[in-house]
Design a protein around this ligand. Sequence first.
Ligand code: 8YV
Length: 312
Amino acid sequence: MSRPRVLQVGFLTERFSSSLSAHYDVQPLWRQQDPDAFLLRHGGEFEALVTAARHGCPQALLERLPNVKAICSFGVGFDSIAVDHAHERGIQVSNTPDVLNQCVADLAIGLIIDTARRSVEADRFTRAGKWLQGNFPLGRRVSGKNLGIVGLGGIGKEVARRSSGFDMPVRYHNRHPVADCLYQYEGDLLELARWADFLVLCCPGGAATHHLISAEVLKALGPDGILINLARGSVVDEQALVAALGGGSLKAAGLDVYADEPRVPEALFELPNVVLLPHIGSATEETRLQMEELVLANLHEFFARGRVLTGV
Ligand code: 8YV
């Protein structure tokens, strides 16, 4: 029996490619010399497509795949996928929720400590031999400080849970309060920013959250406030962030995501009070393996029973 044909938008890992090829006839779109010509000739042959949060699936691509019925994506975020268009056409879309919550939350705590205690800066100081000339300047305490979370979903809840070990009071902002939640809801984002010492972003990307963290929100967070972003770069007005960090109206920021990845605004490179990570929230061997397995499980379920497992 011939194996189902699957279109893969971008490369993930060799391991994932071989697991995929063991079950499916996989066509790698990124390897086509002329993707347009390829889609024109073969676009109608695919029932399923595999992509990743960073590769996406725009409407223009879906329009060239008349028979696709499932999009299985690697990553929890789906702002780079034309989900509304897919649903209008009856195409199922799956992501990889939950399996990455712990690793992303771990990194949020890491960034809170790195920014407040200035550990990355202190490392540079030590390596440069500057300790011989005097002590490193003081940082800020983490324990007992107010933690504001924007987006109390799976990841946000794990961040909140971890913060109890640091005796941090938690409040959160969502579009709606979360049912049966212990933490105080704050419907006004500006109020949350005024109250918070650390504002941690764990919300989805996309049009609804575009530049949610505006110059005004950063001003409310204030000169002692610290912003941590593990969500999407598009959630923050990056120009306003550069101005606030450079002008001293914000203490520090810890960023894992940017509006135009992998390009990082160069103005940030000049600033000592920002920690810049290359989108590694879920990037551990254990979590990435679980994410790969969940993409495969979604595909298998779609081909076996016609339904993806973790649909969005
Ligand atoms: C992805 C992510 O692993 O899950 C997401 O939404 O952004 C990351 O965890 C990465 O972008 C791979 O595409």
